[in-house]
Design a protein around this ligand. Structure first.
Ligand code: SF4
Length: 341
């Protein structure tokens, strides 16, 4: 039996050729693409202006996706955490964050994660598999179907996106494309724990999206302790690659710094960040540690966080503190997890 083809990843011309091959005018491809990327249809039957017989033929040749929203948790700030089931019944979580007129989608890229950062609940799941391109796009379509708009996308959910570059880059192309979801490339951010080879692929691919790096420490021994990926890629290698990345298009990098009491919140830690300014341009996102059951680290006191931020700010480093939305529904940074997946 022939395997069905993903319509989310098919080009409009291919769909038009298919329509013609089954004796329907090519213009139906425009309607079909609109249903997929503007009206977020989940079945061919939804496509009410497409002839019924053509819908049946489409359904024989193509599939849309088999992802489903199982549950939505909402917090007081209108942060929505979606539990999404995949075709093999594995599950992922994705988050919709709203602030004023901005709506941001936090997408997952893998089922679980191999990197096991000590403060991250996703890391406790271990790695199951990469998400396919269709599954990444399906997440976007499902989220889009329940929001009026989207202003940005960040690959900061479950998994390390730059360990799944093939599927990720194809998905980004389609999210960005005017024939796809049509979201500007500078509104798309890849967040990596420091996948040096993945950053190299990003440079080679010349994708103009934004890059965010979970740095959390500028001492190898601390990173080795809290982020096992740094046993594979030493800090020097990571910094060299980030320099290369920023030199190519004068691109500003965001450094993520989850503040953990007694681990990376000292005055010296702050000055290490200031010293990094001579290597490449960046801004810093300070993230107060979110609580997760398996990790005993604590968020520093308000005073310590203010001191840390002031050192950066007073020395010319652009710094923002990530707001704590999503915490109460375990949708904050490092809190996504599926038990018994
Ligand atoms: S922080 Fe990112 S890379 Fe680290 S375990 Fe969690 S999902 Fe994986």
């Amino acid at each position: 039996m022939n395997k069905k083809i993903s319509i989310l990843t098919s080009h409009k011309d291919e769909i038009a050729n298919f329509c013609e091959s089954v004796s329907y005018p090519k213009f139906h491809a425009t309607q079909i693409v609109e249903w997929i990327f503007k009206k977020y249809a989940v079945t061919f039957d939804d496509m009410s202006n497409v002839p019924k017989e053509l819908r049946i033929l489409l359904d024989e040749k193509y599939y849309i996706h088999s992802c489903k929203i199982e549950k939505i948790d909402v917090d007081a700030y209108d942060t929505q955490k979606l539990l999404i089931s995949l075709h093999d019944n594995k599950k992922i979580e994705s988050v919709i964050m709203s602030k004023d007129d901005k709506v941001s989608f936090c997408l997952s890229s893998q089922v679980g994660c191999a990197f096991r950062c000590s403060f991250c609940a996703t890391g406790t799941m271990g790695f199951t598999r990469d998400l396919t391109t269709e599954e990444i796009l399906a997440q976007f379509a499902l989220m889009r179907s329940i929001t009026k708009r989207v202003t940005s996308v960040v690959f900061m959910g479950m998994g390390e996106p730059l360990a799944n570059t093939n599927n990720l880059f194809k998905a980004i192309d389609i999210i960005n494309s005017s024939r796809g979801f049509n979201l500007g490339i500078r509104h798309i951010t890849i967040s990596t724990a420091g996948e040096v080879v993945g950053i190299k692929h990003l440079i080679e691919r010349d994708l103009d999206c934004r890059l965010s790096v979970s740095l959390h420490s500028l001492k190898d021994e601390v990173r080795n302790e809290i982020m096992p990926i740094s046993r594979r890629y030493a800090l020097d290698d990571l910094i060299r690659m980030l320099k290369r990345y920023s030199e190519r298009g004068k691109r500003m990098i965001t450094l993520e710094w989850t503040l953990i009491e007694g681990v990376n919140d000292s005055v010296n830690d702050a000055y290490r960040i200031v010293n990094l300014k001579k290597e490449f341009p960046f801004k810093v996102n300070i993230i107060p540690l979110n609580p997760v059951p398996h990790y005993k680290g604590k968020c520093p006191s308000k005073d310590k966080m203010v001191r840390f931020k002031s050192i950066l700010h007073d020395n010319g480093v652009e710094v923002v503190e990530r707001y704590k939305k999503g915490r109460s529904i375990s949708a904050g940074c490092g809190q996504l997890v599926i038990k018994n997946n």
